[in-house]
Design a protein around this ligand. Structure first.
Ligand code: ADP
Length: 180
């Protein structure tokens, strides 16, 4: 089987392997930094694939607001990506787990779903937020994320499909384990 599904009434969370920049969904979530700069990791990949329009819209959004704090998110255009929006979510840096990391990570997922829902969107693709450069242990992150996403989906009006797109085999296996 090449993906795992968690069905919740008429909604679904799908865990898939792939490159998030190739997803065709209403919104692609980016694991961003506080100032929505291109950066590295999945953020760098999303900015390169989306092109100049995305980076410019990030600058426009940041001109009107303070830097994001962990758990916050903000929407921009999606440039050349096959999506209507990119939702930039800031996850926490891992400091051992007792500095509010689980709450901030849950908030990053929940807030992204809420923003998509306010925009009337149906489908969202997420990367595994905070588990790269920010060092959040993969399995622990997957558990926090799945719980937050399940609750957010229950409350959502328009969002029906959430895809978690894992780039490498280890991440994919950890998320499958957490889902089961
Ligand atoms: P953070 O700073 O939030 O930890 P990173 O970009 O370093 O963000 O990593 C987040 C996750 O995204 C990592 O597990 C990384 O393997 C994954 N990733 C990197 N590139 C892609 C991609 N193109 N599609 C999906 N996931 C990706």
């Amino acid at each position: 089987m090449n993906h795992e599904e968690i069905r919740l009434g008429s909604s679904v969370i799908k865990i898939v392997r792939g490159d998030i920049t190739r997803e065709r969904v209403d919104a692609i979530v980016n694991a961003t930094n506080a100032s929505l700069r291109p950066g590295g990791g999945v953020c760098g990949a999303i900015h390169s694939a989306a092109g100049k329009a995305l980076t410019e819209d990030c600058r426009r959004v940041m001109a009107d607001r303070e830097p994001l704090v962990p758990g916050e998110a903000a929407a921009t255009v999606a440039g050349d990506l096959d999506a209507k929006y990119v939702i930039h979510a800031l996850g926490p840096v891992w400091h051992g787990g007792d500095q509010g990391e689980p709450e901030a990570l849950a908030s990053a997922y929940r807030t992204s779903v809420e923003i998509a829902d306010k925009l009337g969107l149906q489908s969202i693709a997420f990367p595994s937020i905070s588990t790269g450069i920010y060092g959040y242990p993969m399995m622990a992150a997957a558990h926090v994320a799945l719980r937050a996403l399940r609750l957010a989906l229950e409350r959502a009006h328009s969002v029906r499909e959430i895809r978690i797109v894992l780039y490498d085999a280890d991440a994919y296996e950890a998320w499958l384990g957490a889902a089961r």
